[in-house]
Design a protein around this ligand. Structure first.
Ligand code: NDP
Length: 300
């Protein structure tokens, strides 16, 4: 491996420490405790793990954590009533409705019922529009984490060629907007892109957000490029024992690390940054709600 390893786990630790500092200052100087509410509908095991982890980390940085666990059969009306109550609660500065929701609930309707200034996932249509027009918004956590790591590694991103593979609303599109905001020349690739290998070979920065295990090989990477691997894919790992699995990203780590200038690993890259950025967004939302200066370096 010749590439520098971008250690997302360590970086997330720094972000959480910055958030904790700011939370302590908000308490001491203004008597304000930022509050994050997470709403979970149903018993999806992966969602339960995420929600537990979010709650634990929220408390660890000194913020108030509230969890609303609703039955899988909860009606849309009842869910909207919970969101409305949180919208009106002055002690709650961030609201996150854990996705996916059960099939009978309209995700767009629910997400757009969250007060935009409390939408710490950055999925509300107002925040999508604000980001798209280069205005101050709540920024989706995963792309924000990628941007923070890229800024830290490169300093300025201005003029760099960036290719984002994937055009989802939660990762690919906001990632592309953020890179454009930092003056990269951005290409968004997707499943219909012709000659993806050639497109990726032009890039100084490659962000892979596809959901296909190890699909980007090293010979697609321009020597010295920075590779950010958003993918989280679980593969069987019989060598670890029966029924065991291992996590891999969307890029083939070993062949890409031999060519790239810098690369994020999976696990320990983008993943830990996502929750750290959720905490950062909550403290930012709290500062905005109270007309106070936002913490530096924790927003786009
Ligand atoms: P989606 O399934 O919503 O989007 C995947 C995108 O990849 C689509 O735009 C799709 O194109 C594109 N794609 C699929 N196949 C190909 C292909 N062969 N060549 C080029 N593009 C292709 O996924 P998400 O954006 O939600 O997530 C992407 C990955 O990131 C997943 O592995 C997910 O688990 C992970 N993830 C990780 C997070 C973290 O915290 N680290 C957070 C969120 C996601 P098209 O639009 O044409 O179908």
């Amino acid at each position: 491996m010749t590439a520098t390893l971008i250690d997302g786990k360590a970086f997330a630790g720094h972000v959480r420490a910055q958030v904790a500092d700011h939370v302590a200052r908000l308490k001491e100087e203004h008597g304000i405790t930022p509050g994050l509410a997470v709403v979970l509908v149903g018993e999806d095991p992966a969602s339960q793990v995420y929600v537990r982890s979010k709650g634990k980390q929220t408390v660890e940085v000194g913020m108030k954590s509230v969890e609303h666990k609703l039955d899988a059969t909860t009606s849309e009306q009842d869910l909207l009533a919970v969101v409305e109550q949180l919208n009106n609660d002055p002690e709650i500065h961030g609201i996150l409705v854990q996705l996916p929701l059960p099939a009978h609930l309209d995700e767009d309707l629910v997400i757009n019922s969250i007060a935009p200034e409390k939408d710490v996932d950055g999925f509300h249509i107002s925040n999508v529009g604000l980001l798209g027009t280069g205005q101050k918004s709540m920024v989706p956590c995963t792309p924000l984490g990628c941007l923070m790591m890229l800024r830290d590694y490169h300093g300025s991103l201005s003029g760099l060629d960036a290719v984002v593979i994937g055009r989802s609303n939660i990762v690919g599109k906001p990632m592309a907007q953020l890179l454009l905001g930092d003056s990269c020349t951005v290409t968004i690739a997707h499943s219909r892109t012709k000659d993806l290998a050639e497109v990726v070979r032009r890039a100084d920065i490659v962000v892979a957000a596809v959901g296909r295990p190890e699909m980007v090989p090293g010979d697609w990477i321009k020597p010295g490029a920075t590779v950010i691997d958003v993918g989280i894919n679980r593969l069987d790992a019989p060598e670890k024992g029966e029924g065991k699995t291992r996590l891999v990203g969307d890029v083939d780590f070993h062949s890409c690390a031999a060519v790239a200038g810098a690369i994020t690993p999976v696990p320990g890259g983008v993943g830990p940054m996502t929750i750290a950025c959720l905490l950062a967004n909550t403290v930012t939302a709290c500062c905005r709600a109270n007309g106070l200066a936002e913490p530096e370096g924790l927003t786009a």
